[in-house]
Design a protein around this ligand. Structure first.
Ligand SMILES: NC(=O)c1ccc[n+]([C@@H]2O[C@H](COP(=O)([O-])OP(=O)(O)OC[C@H]3O[C@@H](n4cnc5c(N)ncnc54)[C@H](OP(=O)(O)O)[C@@H]3O)[C@@H](O)[C@H]2O)c1
Length: 303
């Protein structure tokens, strides 16, 4: 394998991509990083639709990457339930394309997967537990893991939990959804307390990946923030960090409350433990409350 100094990031226009691009140019240098996405929402992005193996290979031929970070995915679970073929094409075939081309062009592949591949039968999951994906999003992401594991000998797979990051512009997930409700004047927030997970700060996640891949300990890793919680716990913590605990009420509800809006099946628990990283002495992830405290600064000034 050649030294990893020429970097291709696919799907870099999203919430993780923002942190990943920043950390990658710090590590490898601006001139060695090519960031791509289907959605060109930054001047530093160029076009790559990972569903097309021809388009993906053209970038391999032109850029000659020695390492490929495959972030690209459709991450809206409800969209995936309604657009199953596109979920397979993007999340499963996109990952397959990345693996086939990485092998053909002798690049190291780093694939991002999700805690959502577990079925919720257990309270928490180590890297050694067997996935049981419930939604089409989870099934298509898990397919990517399985293909890469069978097809490549040297690879990295990192599973993230509930992603936090990207700020007001790019965060499509829970923190920004709560922020938008506050911003629009809501004084009472209804938040589920029957879904458990492990928040994952994009800044820590990207930073840790770039450290772990230097270890040469290839394979699959759970990589989430330390600690775990319910969605309700995250909302309460976020409101407190914003200094709004006295003016905004957070009311517990169960998932039925949102069953029409969030109809994709979700596990009751998708809590991950960074068991392998910890055993190998390369767990660099901080506690989720420390990370949320840092992240909340991006929202605090706007309220
Ligand atoms: N968000 C989470 O909570 C979470 C949790 C665990 C794991 N992950 C994984 O982390 C990775 C990064 O996701 P993220 O959190 O940064 O979500 P994101 O903000 O949705 O970023 C994913 C990016 O991929 C792009 N994309 C979609 N289809 C594509 C295609 N055919 N070709 C190229 N790019 C395409 C998206 O564009 P559009 O915006 O136009 O769709 C988006 O810019 C994904 O692999 C995801 O499965 C995410």
């Amino acid at each position: 394998m050649t030294p990893h100094n020429r970097v291709l990031i696919a799907g870099c226009g999203g919430m993780l991509g923002k942190a990943f691009y920043q950390k990658s140019i710090e590590k490898y240098g601006l001139e060695n990083v090519r960031a791509t996405d289907i959605d060109l929402n930054e001047p530093w992005l160029s076009k790559l639709d990972v569903r097309s193996i021809q388009e993906y290979e053209q970038v391999f031929i032109e850029w000659k990457p020695t390492i490929v970070f495959h972030l690209a995915a459709l991450t809206d679970l409800e969209y995936c339930e309604k657009n199953i073929e596109n979920a397979w094409a993007t999340n499963a075939l996109g990952a397959e394309n990345a693996a086939v081309l990485s092998k053909k062009h002798n690049a190291l592949l780093v694939y991002i997967s999700t805690a959502g591949i577990f079925g919720g039968e257990k309270d928490e999951y180590t890297d050694f537990d067997t996935p049981n994906p419930l939604s089409y999003y989870a099934k298509s992401k898990y397919y990517g893991e399985q293909f890469i594991e069978k097809y490549l000998s040297d690879y990295y797979i990192f599973r993230a939990g509930w992603m936090m990051g990207g700020g007001k512009e790019k965060d499509k997930k829970f923190i920004n959804k709560i922020y938008k409700q506050i911003k629009s004047g809501s004084k009472e927030l209804f938040v589920v307390d029957d879904k458990l997970g492990t928040p994952t700060y994009t800044v820590d996640f990207a930073d840790s990946i770039l450290k772990v891949i230097d270890s040469g300990y290839y394979g699959l890793y759970n990589q989430v923030c330390e600690g775990s919680c319910s969605r309700y716990d995250v909302a309460v913590e976020f409101i407190s960090l914003l200094g709004l605990s006295d003016s905004i009420k957070v009311t517990r509800v169960n998932s039925d409350y949102f069953k029409n809006e969030y109809f994709a099946p979700r596990p009751a628990s998708e809590k991950l433990l960074n068991t392998k990283l910890t055993l190998r002495g390369i767990n660099h992830m901080r506690n989720w409350k420390v990370c949320l405290s840092e992240y909340s600064q991006e929202f605090k000034n706007e309220l």
